[in-house]
Ligand binder design. Structure first.
Ligand code: MF3
Ligand code: CO
Length: 263
C-alpha cells in the first residue's frame, strides 16, 4: 500500500483528452443504465446492456477480469449493489424490486486511459430515509469535488465528504477509498472519504481522481460475501454510492464523467 504522500502523476494534455473520451462513454452508458434499472429487470440485464454498449463504442471494460491481491477475477462489466450491498455487487439473476436502493458502478478505458463512475437510484416509492441517504451521498460527492482546487490539500476532499454525510447521522465507509486514475484504474493516491482537513499533498492542475463516497444509514462496518467481492453493511443497513472521475484544472474541478442530465 502506498504512503499518503507518494507522488501523484500529472496528466499530459494528450492523456487528458483520452480520459475525457473514456469518461464521456462511461457517463453516457450510465445514463442508459439508469433508464433500464426498473422493477422486474435483473442485475444481469444491466450487465448485458453495458457489454453491448462497450462493443458498439469500441472501448474496453475496466472491471471485467480485474483481480487485485488474489481476488477471483471480477466477472462483470458493471457492479450492481442493492439495498445493504455497498459496492462490488456481481450481476446475476437477482430481480430488482419496487423500493430497492440500487447502485450501479461502471468503468471503461479508451486508448489505454480509464474513466470510472457510479450512481444510486431508488426504484419507485421507497422510505424517506432511503431517499435522504441517496441525496446525502450525492451531495457528499459534490462537497468533495468542490475541494478539488489547486492549492488545497488532498485530505480536504475526504473531510468535506465526511462532514456532509455525517450531518444527517449517516456513516461513511472506511474500508474502500477513492483513487487516482489514468493508465491504471487505480493509481496513487488513495482518497479516504473521511479524516481531518489540511493534510497530504497539495492539489495541482493535471491531477485526475475518482472520488467515490460510500455512505450507510447505520454504522460504517463492512462484511464481504462468499463470492469474495460483494461488500455489504455489517448491520444490514441501506447503503448508497456515487462516483465521478474529475480533472483538477487551473480554474477548479472538471467532472469528466458528468454528461448532461447525469448525477
Ligand atoms: N469504482 C470501483 C473501484 O474503484 C470499481 C471497481 S469494480 C471492479 O473500486 F470490479 F473492477 F473491481
Ligand atoms: Co473507482
Amino acid at each position: 500500500m502506498m504512503a499518503f504522500g507518494e507522488a501523484i502523476r500529472i496528466k499530459t494534455r494528450r492523456e487528458v483528452d483520452a480520459m475525457r473520451e473514456a469518461a464521456r462513454h462511461v457517463a453516457e452508458v450510465l445514463l442508459e443504465l439508469r433508464e433500464l434499472a426498473k422493477p422486474g429487470v435483473t442485475t444481469r440485464d444491466l450487465d448485458q446492456h453495458a457489454r453491448k454498449a462497450i462493443q458498439k463504442r469500441g472501448v474496453q471494460s475496466s472491471f471485467l477480469g480485474y483481480g487485485p491481491h488474489g481476488l477471483p477475477p471480477y466477472p462483470g462489466v458493471v457492479c450492481v449493489s442493492v439495498n445493504d450491498e455497498i459496492v462490488h455487487g456481481i450481476p446475476g439473476g437477482r430481480v430488482l424490486e419496487e423500493g430497492d436502493v440500487v447502485s450501479v458502478d461502471f468503468g471503461v478505458s479508451y486508448e489505454g486511459y480509464h474513466g470510472d463512475s457510479a450512481f444510486t437510484v431508488t426504484l419507485g416509492s421507497t422510505s424517506a430515509e432511503a431517499q435522504r441517504l441517496v441525496e446525502a451521498t450525492r451531495e457528499a460527492l459534490d462537497r468533495g469535488i468542490e475541494q478539488m482546487v489547486p492549492g488545497k490539500r488532498l485530505s480536504d476532499i475526504g473531510h468535506a465528504v465526511q462532514v456532509r454525510a455525517e450531518s444527517e447521522g449517516f456513516s461513511v465507509v472506511r474500508q474502500f477509498v477513492g483513487h487516482g486514475i489514468g493508465r491504471e484504474m487505480h493509481e496513487p493516491p488513495q482518497i479516504p472519504n473521511y479524516g481531518p482537513a489540511g493534510r497530504g499533498p497539495r492539489l495541482k492542475p493535471g491531477m485526475v481522481f475518482a472520488i467515490e463516497p460510500m455512505v450507510t444509514a447505520g454504522g460504517p462496518d463492512v462484511a464481504i460475501l462468499e463470492d469474495e467481492w460483494t461488500a455489504v453493511t455489517a448491520d444490514g443497513s441501506l447503503a448508497a454510492h456515487f462516483e465521478h472521475t474529475i480533472l483538477i484544472t487551473d480554474h477548479g474541478p472538471e467532472v469528466l464523467t458528468r454528461a448532461p442530465g447525469s448525477h
